[in-house]
Design a protein around this ligand. Structure first.
Ligand code: DNO
Length: 345
């Protein structure tokens, strides 16, 4: 496995120097964050990001994310033009040595939580999700700032967007995902990029918006749309694991060739559609991290892994889920676990 760390660029308080000091770190996971969705990323910017990482001995082989324009997900008349721009980005990234591109196909909202800093008894804090609290919010008027909320939308735009999705049910979203994949997977096959769709987080529909990448059934359908192994997934353990019906080791064993990227994190399920994020070790949450890494080792997984959301510990402040300390502890734990499972296969 190639251990990686998400880096949000020059404004990220977690510097490349700090990331490079975490033992066993192969590379960064990053993106060009300030180019509007639907535009091509300038080659010089991609090259500069790569050079910055390489100067610290870190690879830049994984992009998270190239965002999919809402109009692609909506199947709007200009969807094909926007798909062509996405494909152009893939060509540019491949030319710079990028191997894996993570993306998602969630309408309007990316990942959602009801709390960004739930206080924990040990004085740390973590992201948490409580469906009742989420559903009590009105996404078209909410003043709340949540991680999955795209703050670039004005209220009016948000209202329009939500209303445009009224005609997009799950079937239509599948159709639009198919159209997208037909446009980009042949390019991936040509340039050698692995697409890794991120599961919907949480893995069920919200606010009447369809969510389709939620577990085994969706994966079967996804892979049938484009059989190339470049049409693969990001196995986000915490996202999928929020639904206890998702059997993560079974998914790993069923589709080993589709696993290009793993977000390894743990959550503690605290009720029905209610959880909080925990430290990475198995004992801290509800997911069997040992079982997950063991299954990955058993299928010969050799892809990219990153520790995912950490708690805020030791007084650290910063981007919720993306501080240095708890993610670095997570990386060290995962590396140790991996060494252990590999030696006892
Ligand atoms: C949250 C992340 C997601 C992820 C996107 C991929 O921490 O896992 O924001 O990057 O869903 O497109």
């Amino acid at each position: 496995m190639k251990m990686s760390f998400r880096w949000y660029g020059g404004k990220d308080p977690v510097t490349l120097d700090k990331i490079a000091q975490i033992p066993g770190m192969h590379g960064i996971v990053s993106a060009i964050y300030d180019v509007p969705v639907g535009q091509a990323w300038p080659v010089e910017r991609i090259e500069a990001l790569k050079a910055q990482a390489n100067a610290k001995g870190l690879a830049f082989e994984v992009v998270e994310s190239v965002p999919v324009h809402e109009r692609i997900k909506l199947g709007a008349p200009d969807a094909d033009e926007l798909i062509a721009v996405f494909a152009e980005n893939l060509r540019r990234l491949a030319a710079a040595g990028v191997k894996v591109v993570c993306y998602n196909f969630m309408p309007v909202f990316d990942w959602l939580r009801s709390e960004l800093a739930q206080p924990l008894p040990d004085g740390s804090n973590a992201l948490a999700y409580d469906e009742a609290a989420v559903l009590a919010m009105d996404p078209s008027t909410s003043e709340l700032s949540l991680p999955g909320w795209d703050e670039s939308y004005t209220r009016e735009e948000m209202r329009e967007l939500l209303s445009a999705y009224k005609s997009v049910d799950a079937e239509k979203l599948w159709e639009n995902l198919g159209r997208f994949l037909h446009g980009v997977i042949p390019v991936c096959d040509e340039v050698g990029i692995k697409m890794a769709i991120h599961p919907d987080d949480p893995p069920w529909s919200l606010f009447g918006l369809p969510r389709v990448i939620t577990g085994a059934e969706g994966y079967g359908r996804l892979f049938a749309l484009e059989p190339s192994d470049n049409n693969g997934i990001t196995l986000c353990t915490g996202s999928l694991g929020a639904n206890p019906d998702n059997d993560l080791t079974a998914l790993i064993k069923r589709w080993p060739k589709k696993l290009h990227f793993v977000h390894a994190r743990n959550i503690l399920i605290t009720g029905e559609r209610k959880f909080r994020e925990s430290a990475h070790p198995t004992d801290c949450g509800s997911l069997d991290m040992y079982g997950i890494l063991r299954a990955l080792a058993e299928v010969g997984f050799d892809g990219y892994v990153r520790p995912d959301h950490g708690r805020m510990i030791w007084g650290e402040t910063g981007k919720p889920g993306y501080g240095l300390y708890d993610r670095a502890l997570g990386a060290a734990y995962l590396i140790g676990l991996w060494e252990g499972v590999k030696k006892t296969l």
